[in-house]
Structures are given as C-alpha cells and as structure tokens.
Design a protein around this ligand. Structure first.
Ligand code: ADP
Length: 265
C-alpha cells in the first residue's frame, strides 16, 4: 500500500469494521428526525473528522453510537456485535467538550480522575487494583501529565484538562475514541500539542479516532477521512477530495450529495 503513512506503524484496515451503522434514523421527538438513514462504517485504524453545520446532528450521532440515545430505525454493530447486546464499553472512549468546563471546585486530583475512569468500567463494589494504578500511571505518562498527578483537576488549564481526559479514556485500553469539539476554549499552542497527541494515539498506538470539530481547515490537515453530516451523510471522503469538492460546491447545501468512498491506497 503506497500511501503517505507508509512509515507509520498504523494503517487503516478496511477489512475490519469497528462500527457498522445501517439505515439509522433518530429523533428526540417522534415526529421530527434529527438523523435520517445514516449509513457509515468505521474501520480499524482510521482517523475520521465529522463536519457539518451547527445543529446538523454530529453530537447526536455520537450519542446514538455510544448507546446513550435509542435510535428508532436501523441497526448498529460495534465490533461485530449488535449494539443492544454490546457490553465491552471499556473498548470505547469518549472525550467531550464539556469536560473542559469542569467545575473548578471539584475536589479530585488528576490521578483520581483517571483512576475513576478505570473504576467506572468495573462491576459495583470492584476495588482499585495495582493494575488500575499501573494503567493510570502509564496513561498519564503517555499524555505527559504524570507530573501533575497530585494537582486538583480544577486548577489545570483547559488544554491540560483535556489531556487528563484523554488519559482517562486511555486507561481502559480503548480501541476507538470519540472526541466532541475537544479543543473548544483551548489556546493555540495547547491545541497544536493536543492534535500532535492525537496523531500519536492513532499512528503509534493504532487507536481509531473520530473527532467532531467546527475547525474544518484544521481537520483537513489532521484526519484521514472526512464525513459530512447534515441530518444524513452527505459525504465520506479524503481531506484532499473534500477540499476539491468544497471549492466547487456548497458541501452542506440541500442539493449536494457527494459520496466518494475513497480507499487509502
Ligand atoms: P451538532 O452536534 O451537529 O451541532 P446536535 O447533534 O447537537 O448537532 O443537535 C442536532 C439537533 O438536535 C439540533 O437541532 C438540536 O437543537 C437538537 N437537540 C440536541 N439535543 C437535544 C435534546 N436533548 N432534546 C431535543 N433536541 C435536541
């Protein structure tokens, strides 16, 4: 496979579906669809950017995939299992925008926040083990926040906080992480570091990433594939194709449906 990632450890494995969404429709209200007939496959090793106007359903789609909202029609498979029977939620990480708006008075240390991520994956009454502590340390080192382990989470900057929430997701050894506007309110330098970290997670650790951002220009420089969402899927393409198409058409217009399934080869 001759592609720009030849020297990197990780490549997209188009034979392995992590998530398979078929004809999924969802509405908060029975009479109004927010998502309509969504079809999407997410392959192992991919790095996907979800783009679309405000209110087009990006966050809703992620919540549907995470099982937080019950869809009305269609089917979703996660690691080849029906979402309704899926139990291995530790394989899936989620970092939302809201995490950066953490209550400043929250009395937890950085280490405790990451340990809690381990704890939430356990059955009720499970104790923190040496393994939990080891994985917590490894994850905090991975995001270069181990030195801050005893700091209160509320005392960190937005950028540092988001790294801790990445560590929290990493501590359960996820295969895929969803990130919803993770850099909102973060300064430019921290944002660059954050995107650098995401590249490492994807290329060196082989973690599949799906990120929502309104910063389309940035996304086209970072991700391997762009997925446009405007109630339904209006494109699934490479950043290069996306840029070309967006120069000649209104990507999000009613009458524009660009579906170019581009394989990375
Ligand atoms: P995006 O992430 O693309 O900005 P959202 O998925 O947040 O879009 O929202 C899609 C639509 O669903 C919007 O019209 C929004 O107002 C509506 N919506 C979002 N959350 C709720 C909710 N909890 N109840 C009712 N409508 C909602």
């Amino acid at each position: 496979m001759a592609n720009k990632l030849n020297n990197e450890l990780n490549k997209v494995d188009h034979t392995k579906n992590i998530i398979e969404i078929k004809d999924v429709s969802f509405g908060y209200d029975r009479n109004k669809d927010i998502l309509k007939s969504i079809n999407l496959e997410i392959h192992k090793g991919d790095y996907i950017g979800f783009v679309g106007p405000n209110g087009s359903g990006k966050t809703t789609l992620i919540k549907v995939i995470l099982g937080l909202l019950e869809f009305r029609e269609g089917s979703i498979k996660i690691f080849n299992q029906d979402l309704k029977n899926f139990k291995d939620w530790n394989k899936i990480g989620y970092v939302s925008q809201r995490m950066a708006n953490f209550d400043n008075n929250f009395p937890l240390t950085v280490e405790e926040v990451v340990l809690m991520g381990r704890y939430s994956g356990k059955k009720l009454g499970g104790r923190i083990t040496d393994e939990d502590r080891k994985l917590t340390q490894e994850s905090l080192r991975e995001v270069e926040m181990w030195d801050y382990r005893d700091s209160l989470i509320g005392d960190l900057s937005g950028g540092q906080m988001q790294r801790v929430f990445i560590a929290r997701a990493l501590a359960s050894k996820p295969e895929i992480i969803f990130l919803d506007e993770p850099t909102t309110g973060i300064d430019e330098k921290s944002e660059n570091d954050f995107y650098q970290l995401l590249q490492e997670l994807n290329k060196k650790m082989g973690i599949t990433l799906v990120i929502v951002s309104h910063d389309i220009e940035r996304l086209t420089r970072e991700v391997m594939h762009i997925v446009c969402i405007n109630q339904t899927l209006t494109c699934h393409t490479t950043p290069e194709e996306f840029i070309k198409e967006s120069q000649t058409s209104n990507m999000f217009g009613e009458d524009v449906k660009i579906i170019t399934h581009h394989k990375h080869n």
